[in-house]
Design a protein. Sequence first.
Length: 234
Amino acid sequence: MEHFVEFENVSKYYQTGSVRIAAADHLNFYVDKGEFCIIVGPSGAGKTTLLNILGGMDTCDEGHVWLDGQDVSHFTERELTTYRRYDVGFVFQFYNLVQNLTALENVELASEICRDPLDPAATLESVGLGERLNNFPAQLSGGEQQRVSIARALAKNPKLLLCDEPTGALDYKTGKQVLALLQRTCRETGRTVIVITHNTALTAMADRIIQVKSGQILSNKVNEHPVPVEQIEW
Ligand code: ATP
């Protein structure tokens, strides 16, 4: 069976002086369509490296990465740009919003360059920010800014949503609300969502749990009984 996301023997090396680090060391794993997948591992495990390779923000040195039947690991620079623009939505720890644009303008900016975007205002409304369209990032809380960044990613109507420590800069309660939004988005839209985190407690909410350490996959398991994040304590 063809998987939606598939890594086949993927390696990425960094050379610092005489030391060579395998940030990704012959990775083999897959994620199926519509899954809420959590990739968990300690600091330096290679989580961001893996996500960046999947999102076309970085290239691998060996192996193949497949998304929806397409080998995205051997794209030309031009193909990579198109891939990042159309196929992948990113959510980062520190939101990365444009400070002198309103919430609506931030989302519009992303959707303007896309093939089949969603309506920016409606997308902001869907993340609970219908009343804050004309606010600038500095006028919003951290949780609200992260919601804008989620709306910005979703408005591109991407095949895949990639979230790198999306709650890393948020307090406990706000972090839970953001994760609940991501889980609801996955359930309601059938979009594949991949979240990376240090927090092993969060794995209880995932359909698929992938553990990484030292650039390697320790395990890739389906969780038959994912729970709403509201039920998890950490
Ligand atoms: P964290 O949770 O701390 O963000 P991570 O699991 O996301 O960590 P990565 O950022 O992918 O891990 O890093 C994996 C390894 O690759 C680490 O040992 C890191 O020091 C190394 N690394 C990452 N980027 C570079 C780089 N540009 N140059 C050299 N080494 C790097």
